[in-house]
Design a protein around this ligand. Sequence first.
Ligand code: MCA
Ligand code: AMP
Length: 475
Amino acid sequence: MRLLPSLTGPNADEPDAIRVADRAVSRAQLLEAATAVAARVAGARAVAVHATASLETVVAILGGMLAGVPVVPVPPDSGPAERDHVLRDSASAVLLAATGDVWPDCGVPVMPVDVEARASGTFPETSDDATAMILYTSGTTGAPKGAPATVRAIAADLDALAEAWEWTAEDTLVHGLPLFHVHGLVLGVLGALRTGSKLVHTGRPTPDAYAAAATREPKDGGGTLYFGVPTVWARVCADPSAAKALSAARLLVSGSAALPAPVFADLEALTGHRAVERYGMTETLITISARADDPDRRPGIVGRTLTVVATRLTGEDGSLLPHDGATVGELQVRGETVFPGYLGRPDATAASFTADGWFRTGDMAIIEPDGAHRIVGRASTDLIKSGGYRIGAGEVENALLAHSAVIEAAVIGIPDDDLGQRIAAFVVADGVTEPELIDFVARTLSVHKRPRSVSFVDALPRNAMGKVRKDQLRR
Ligand code: MCA
Ligand code: AMP
């Protein structure tokens, strides 16, 4: 596969080069197992993957990509509403899952994935414009939308990141992020396979597991490059002995949400590293990053644009704003890594691009004269970032309203030292308890979309138009 040359490169037989949780394989073994999957899914319109943190997930994803079939990673804890939507919306023909994974009847045949399977053979190279994967992501309202990522976009993004981070086959990448988002999957798995670096996926992103991967010297296979969301870095800092173990690494990279300045400072004090922050979206992949060769990395600065994209700031009326280090505007992005539009959603696609073809990120930013970007917030408070997960308030509100005892519901994100934001729900309801409603959302959607608190109110505050006053709820 042209996208992932290391699978057939000179080090393909290096033992245990790709480790996920407690099992490891060589790249050649990975390719042979993926080839067995590809033979079975070739010709399908799309294939879904029950995306646990496992080697099976990596094999299944590569199998679909080898066969040129768009792969749809499904969060393993997604409840029936979310799962059915994703399977139906993506027109997935089968669901690939590890043998023994519990998977309730979902109307799509389940195909077991065997990491030990070995098959040879080649498949025609997919075109650069083909969709490699469809990643589902939340908007402010409604169910998650499918964002296709093309082979070209992934290749361009990974190459630009490799350049910015001096990421090479000499590195060992360590992380424990979920394998159904850009961060853990595109950067965290495909990035390793494109650059040829080794991969240690720790199963969960715990401080202990990150520290354990650092116990060997980098030259003996200890981690050199670590990925985490800010919650992970905050937890690492709360465990100073684990943090100190990361001192020997080359780069600690943070993304998916804003890294709080105190966490940046604590990480530097404990590890000697100024974290590399980078910014991106499911729709655009990673577009802005600090660089390995810039020792003067600053908290709150997510870096400069990658070589394959351009950014600009606009005002509410669409006027272009100066990059003067002070003016706040909506950040817009254009370039090779930007997706072609939401799957089957021309309305949402049209709304997310300007007339002259720039993607509207919905993030508010400041750009300094030297090109450094500072993300200062989101235009809509209805997109919540909790633990690095993007969660639409409307999606959680709809899930709550589906409970027979709930009459009205409103959801907001409130600041949280650990998660960045935590989901708080306000409901008008009768005859139901807080834990019951939290559980109900965890089961209907995904566990990470559950409210962390539910407040019962007599009525939701509304303005004259009947719209809920979320500013009042926040107070
Ligand atoms: C608690 N649990 C429950 C319930 N309450 N389970 C079911 N029902 C309930 N009511 C269980 C959970 O299943 C879990 O169990 C445990 O409690 C802890 O859950 P939680 O507190 O939610 O998780 P956490 O450990 O606090 O998670 C923090 C985290 C996580 C590890 C940082 O948020 C995370 O992995 N974030 C990464 C998000 C990410 O990768 N985002 C990238 C998208 P058990 O422990 O047994 O499992 S952004 C992106 O891709 C862009 C492009 C970018 O810029 O990167
Ligand atoms: P998702 O599509 O789930 O990756 O979420 C994308 C959103 O994550 C962006 O629109 C930002 O709001 C946020 N985000 C990602 N990286 C950063 C960062 N380094 N700093 C601040 N926000 C970030």
